[in-house]
Design a protein. Structure first.
Length: 534
C-alpha cells in the first residue's frame, strides 16, 4: 500500500490527534480504491468505479448542523437558520470523538477550495472511510504533489461515521452531528456516512469567510463561451431544477457544476469535481455525465446494480431518489483547465415550477433579481414525499439556505452590487410544468429550455419583443425568431385549457411568494421592497 506525501511539521500528531491506528496521508485513487475494497466498504464497478452505499442516511442532515456560538461570530451568524452549539458542548464533542478514534485507521487528504489563488483555502479532511477520502479528493482541488511538502491546513474537517453524538452532553439534536467552530478552525462530522456532508461543510465555511473579502459565494453552476472566459454565465438553482444538466452545454466550456465565487477578478470554481444525480440518467440525454459512471475512480453512491455484471440501474430508486456519482472535473471533455471565468455576463436563476404558472424564460431587473434570489423558489411535486398530494412551494433563500451562515441580505446585496457594477443581465428560467400544474400539464421541453438559454447567452434574445408579466412584473419574450420555440409556450396562460384556473393558480403562487418574502421586508432597500409589494 502506498503512502502519500505530507508536511512533516503538520501531521495529525502535531495537531494534537494522537493514539490512532494506521494513518494514511494523501493516498491517490488506486490506493484508496484498494483500501476501500480491502475494508469491505464497497465493490468495484465497471471501468473501475467504486460502488458504495451510505446506509441509513442517503442525503444531508440539515437539522443536525450546528455553528459554535463564540464571541467572534455571534453578531454575524444568521441564527434563525443555523442551530447554535455552546463552546463547552463542542469541546466535549471534540474530546469524545478523539477518544473514539483511538486505535482506528484513518485517511487524510490535504486539499484546497477555490481555483483563484487569491482566495484559496487550504483544508485538511480526516476521514474514517477510505471511499470518503476518494470522494473528497474528487470534489475539492488537488495540490501538486510537491506542494504537499509545505501544505499547512487552515481548517480541518474530521468525519467519523461510527461516532454517535450525545444530544444531552454535546448540545446537539441527535446522534448525527455536523459542528463548525470558526475559532478552532475545525468541523466535526459524526453519525452519518453520506459523503455530501464533507463537501457542503466546506461550502458553508466559504460562505461565511468570503463575503468579508468582497467575494460573492454562489450555489451555482457556471460555463463560458469557447476561448472567451469574459462571456461567462452562472446558473443558480435548487436540486432538480437542471443546474448541472443545463450548464453542461457541449458548445460552452464548463467551469463547474455546483459552487463558485465571484470576486473582483471574476468568477472561479470552489471545487475540482462534480457530484451529479444519476436518477434516470441516460447516454442519449447526458452522454458525458453518463460515461463517467464507468470511469476509473468515480464514486457511485446508493445505486442499485446487478450483483454479477455490476450493470447500474438508473431507473431503480428503491434505495433513494438521491442516487449520485462523484468524479473529477477532467472527466468532462469540455471542462475548463483553469476553472476560472470572467465576471458573469448572464445570471440564470432556475426554478422548477410545478404549479405551471411561470414562463419558460423571463428577463429580470436588478431589483427583481434580488427578489427572486432571496426567494429561492422551486416546488415539490406530488409523490416525491409522503403526504405531498399537490405541488408544494419550496423557498430556499439564495438557492441554498442550508449552506448560508450569514443573513440572506448579505449575499443578496453582494449579488446586486456586482450585477450593477458589471452590467450583468439576469434571467429567470422555469424548467417545471406548462399547460397545467403537475398531474395535468407536462414538463417544459428540455429542447425549448436549451434553445431559449442559447438565445439569451448569445444575445439574440435581446432583439425579441417583450411583454410585462401581469403576475410578477418581469419581462417575457412574446416571440423568439432565433429559435423553434412555439410562441404559445412563452405565455403560460395560453397553454392552459382553463384560463380561469390558470388565473387562480397564478394568484395563489403570487400570494405564496409574498407570504414568504415578509421575513426580508425590513432588511431590504426600497426598490426591492417595491417588487415585493407589486
Amino acid at each position: 500500500m502506498g503512502q502519500g506525501r505530507v508536511n512533516s511539521d503538520h501531521t495529525l500528531e502535531a495537531q494534537g490527534i494522537t493514539g490512532l491506528g494506521d494513518v494514511h496521508y494523501n493516498l491517490m485513487e488506486p490506493d484508496l480504491i484498494a483500501k476501500s475494497l480491502c475494508r469491505g466498504e464497497g465493490e468495484l464497478g465497471k471501468g473501475g468505479a467504486m460502488l458504495v452505499s451510505t446506509g441509513k442516511y442517503t442525503g444531508r442532515s440539515p437539522k443536525d448542523k450546528h455553528i459554535v456560538r463564540t464571541a467572534s461570530v455571534n453578531d454575524t451568524i444568521w441564527w434563525e437558520n443555523n442551530a447554535p452549539m455552546a463552546p463547552e458542548g463542542f469541546d466535549a464533542l471534540h474530546a469524545d470523538m478523539l477518544e473514539h478514534m483511538k486505535g482506528r485507521e484513518y485517511f487524510v487528504q490535504d486539499l484546497y477550495a477555490g481555483a483563484d489563488p487569491a482566495y484559496r483555502l487550504d483544508v485538511r479532511l480526516v476521514t474514517e472511510l477510505a471511499w470518503h477520502s476518494l470522494f473528497i479528493r474528487h470534489m475539492l482541488r488537488r495540490p501538486d504533489r510537491d506542494e504537499l511538502d509545505s501544505f499547512v491546513p487552515k481548517f480541518t474537517v474530521i468525519n467519523c461515521p461510527t461516532f454517535q453524538a450525545d444530544p444531552e452532553r454535546h448540545g446537539c439534536k441527535s446522534e448525527t452531528v455536523i459542528a463548525m467552530n470558526f475559532d478552532k478552525k475545525l468541523i466535526l462530522i459524526g453519525g452519518t456516512e453520506y459523503a455530501g456532508e464533507n463537501k457542503k461543510s466546506v461550502f458553508s465555511l466559504l460562505n461565511y469567510m468570503l463575503p468579508e473579502k468582497g467575494v460573492m459565494p454562489m450555489h451555482c453552476s457556471a460555463n463560458h463561451a469557447p476561448n472567451n472566459p469574459v462571456d461567462t454565465a452562472v446558473f443558480f438553482g435548487l436540486s432538480g431544477t437542471g443546474k448541472t444538466t443545463l450548464s453542461a452545454d457541449p458548445n460552452r466550456v464548463l467551469i463547474g457544476d455546483d459552487e463558485h465565487g465571484w470576486s473582483d477578478n471574476g468568477s472561479f470554481n470552489f471545487e475540482g469535481g462534480c457530484y451529479a444525480k444519476t436518477i434516470n440518467l441516460s447516454r442519449d440525454a447526458e452522454p458525458e455525465i453518463y460515461d463517467t459512471t464507468s470511469k476509473f475512480g468515480t464514486v457511485i453512491e446508493n445505486m442499485v446494480y446487478d450483483p454479477e455484471t455490476k450493470e447500474l440501474d438508473f431507473d431503480d430508486d428503491s434505495l433513494t431518489a438521491n442516487m449520485r456519482c462523484a468524479y473529477p472535473m477532467h472527466y468532462i471533455s469540455n471542462a475548463s483547465e483553469t476553472a476560472l471565468g470572467g465576471h458573469p455576463k448572464n445570471v440564470i436563476m432556475l426554478t422548477c415550477d410545478a404549479f405551471g404558472v411561470l414562463p419558460p424564460i423571463a428577463r429580470l431587473t436588478p431589483a427583481q433579481a434580488m427578489y427572486h434570489f432571496l426567494s429561492g423558489f422551486t416546488a415539490k411535486v406530488a409523490g416525491t414525499e409522503r403526504g405531498v398530494t399537490e405541488p408544494q412551494p419550496t423557498f430556499s433563500t439564495c438557492f441554498g439556505a442550508p449552506f448560508m451562515p450569514r443573513r440572506p441580505e448579505v449575499y443578496g446585496e453582494l449579488l446586486r452590487d456586482k450585477i450593477a457594477k458589471h452590467g450583468t443581465t439576469c434571467w429567470l428560467v422555469n424548467t417545471g410544468w406548462t399547460g397545467g400544474a403537475f398531474g395535468t400539464g407536462s414538463r417544459m421541453p428540455i429542447k425549448a429550455t436549451r434553445a431559449l438559454l442559447t438565445a439569451a447567452l448569445d444575445g439574440s434574445l435581446d432583439d425579441a419583443e417583450f411583454r410585462k408579466d401581469p403576475n410578477f412584473g418581469f419581462e417575457v419574450p412574446v416571440s423568439v425568431k432565433a429559435t423553434a420555440v412555439p410562441d404559445i409556450l412563452l405565455n403560460p396562460r395560453r397553454t392552459w385549457d382553463d384560463k380561469a384556473a390558470y388565473d387562480a393558480q397564478a394568484a395563489k403562487l403570487v400570494s405564496m411568494f409574498s407570504d414568504n418574502f415578509e421575513q426580508y421586508v425590513d432588511h431590504i432597500d426600497a426598490d426591492v421592497r417595491a417588487v415585493a409589494i407589486g
